[in-house]
Design a protein around this ligand. Structure first.
Ligand SMILES: Nc1ncnc2c1ncn2[C@@H]1O[C@H](COP(=O)(O)OP(=O)(O)OP(=O)(O)O)[C@@H](O)[C@H]1O
Ligand SMILES: [Mg+2]
Length: 446
């Protein structure tokens, strides 16, 4: 195997070697003349975590082999053993070591801010996600990516593909939600020339185009039931039958799927095939909503701010107020909503500091709900006749929006009602009638 082998006949001799040399693999007997191998194992795991350890033990001491595995040995051999057994165990250890190092490297890359795949976030939830991600990137099983809208499902799918061994092969996203149902089949599986009206040449399906790469089936919950059956067959048989063809064509792409729907419930309700669900759900990656990992909000916000800065060359910072409100807000649209809010703020702001006023209205309304009660009750006075009353979670009726628009415009124009009517695109009489409805007879601002 092209390895250098060093021998040590005691714990002390082994320690001396380990002190000066980097050892890839340690084959360790648990019974040594000057002490127990378990103690050495513990030290090795603490000081040289990269060293793989295989323990050797006599049949009578299998219990200690179990203990050794618990401490961190990768494998064990029961004495006496055949040479082939040793070779197999060593090969396995070598492979595992390679895999562990790759996955650790990837995890490190993902952890750093501008990590592979562009995933940002250091919350325990994201760390957990990176751990799973670094493992699934090296496998070929389907992965089902779950998460609310805007949590980063597509980004995660890309990270899986671009960190795996087939990164150079195509990554083909398929949006099952936006494809016209009648066209999905030929999009996915392809069609032959003349398969239907308009099919004037043969077309390769997306599953086949991804040859050796990854097909990302986005919004899989939207796939019609008949196509779910066809997709399942394609995944099981590893072949597709283009529309209008009698001949199957082999496919070799890995499949990743994503949805923001509750597929398990859809299965219960008969809206999603159970067998396809099981097929896709070999591994599932659940991306938590942003409100469940608030420590990521500021990190992501800074990331988007820096990106804007690179694009526009303009340096922006957040006011304390802005950053605090952003951290407290619930972000129903998750990372995408945050990204949009920051891009908008950078575009709107007149100076280098982004203020509350630069944030989208939903965040400003959110802050208004949180202001001290004295301020809030003042607010309530002016909106007593608001239809439906307050406490409705920031939802404003159209009548209320109209009222705010009319009164706001008149106030801005310092009481010029004629001009206000013109700007609002309503007649003068309508404006006066509305004002009367609001119980306002005095001019505003004049
Ligand atoms: N952890 C993250 N780090 C950096 N950017 C992120 C992260 N998560 C999401 N984004 C960004 O947020 C936006 C939304 O992400 P993405 O499109 O992957 O979400 P999604 O879950 O597929 O959303 P939808 O359900 O609406 O399709 C993208 O611009 C993406 O780059
Ligand atoms: Mg998406």
């Amino acid at each position: 195997m092209g390895s250098t082998v060093l021998g040590a006949e005691s714990v002390a001799a082994a320690r001396a070697i380990l002190k000066h040399q980097k050892i890839d693999l340690l084959l360790l007997d648990l019974k040594l003349p000057d002490g127990g191998g378990l103690v050495l194992l513990e030290q090795v795991k603490a000081l040289h975590p990269d060293t793989a350890v295989v323990v050797m033990t006599a049949f009578a001491t299998v219990a200690s082999a179990v203990e050794a595995m618990r401490i961190g040995a990768g494998d064990y051999l029961t004495k006496p053993f055949a040479l082939e057994e040793l070779t197999t165990v060593l090969e396995r250890a070598g492979q595992r070591r390679h895999f562990d190092m790759e996955s650790r490297k990837l995890r490190e890359r993902l952890r750093t801010q501008k990590g592979a795949g562009g995933l940002v976030g250091q919350s325990p939830e994201m760390e957990k996600l990176y751990r799973i991600l670094s493992k699934v990137a090296f496998s070929t099983h389907p992965v089902l990516i779950l998460g609310e809208s805007g949590t980063g499902k597509e980004l995660v799918a890309r990270a899986i593909h671009f960190n795996g061994p087939n990164a150079a092969k195509p990554f083909v996203p398929v949006d099952c939600g936006s494809l016209v149902p009648t066209l999905i089949e030929s999009e996915l599986f392809g069609h032959v020339k003349g398969a239907f009206t308009g099919a004037d040449r043969m077309k390769e399906g997306l599953l086949a185009t991804a040859e050796g790469g990854t097909v990302f089936l986005d919004e899989i919950g939207e796939l019609p039931l008949d196509l779910q059956a066809k997709l399942l067959r394609a995944l099981q048989e590893k072949e597709v039958r283009p529309v209008g063809s009698t001949q199957a064509r082999p496919i070799s792409a890995r499949v990743l799927a994503a949805t923001n729907r509750d597929l398990a419930t859809m299965v219960e309700e008969g809206r999603f095939r159970r067998d396809l669900y099981f097929r896709l759900n070999v591994v599932n990656l659940r991306i938590p909503p942003l409100r469940d990992r608030r420590e990521d909000i500021a990190v992501l916000a800074m990331h988007f701010l820096e990106r804007m800065q690179r694009e526009s060359g303009v340096v922006h910072t957040f006011s304390d107020d802005t950053l605090r409100v952003m951290t407290e807000y619930d972000w129903p649209g998750n990372v995408r909503e945050l990204e949009n809010a920051i891009e908008r703020a950078c575009t709107l702001s007149s100076g280098p500091v982004l203020h509350m006023g630069d944030l989208p209205t939903q965040l400003q309304d959110f802050r208004m709900q949180r202001v001290p009660t004295t301020y809030a009750s003042e607010q309530d006075d002016s909106s007593q006749e608001r239809p439906g009353g307050g406490g409705d979670g920031g939802i404003v009726s159209i009548a209320e929006m109209e009222r705010q628009a009319i009164l706001g415009t008149i106030r801005q124009l310092k009481g010029d009602k004629l001009m206000a009517a013109r700007l609002l695109g309503i007649g003068k009489t309508t404006l006066y009638r509305k004002l009367k409805e609001y119980g306002i007879t005095e001019g505003l601002g004049d």
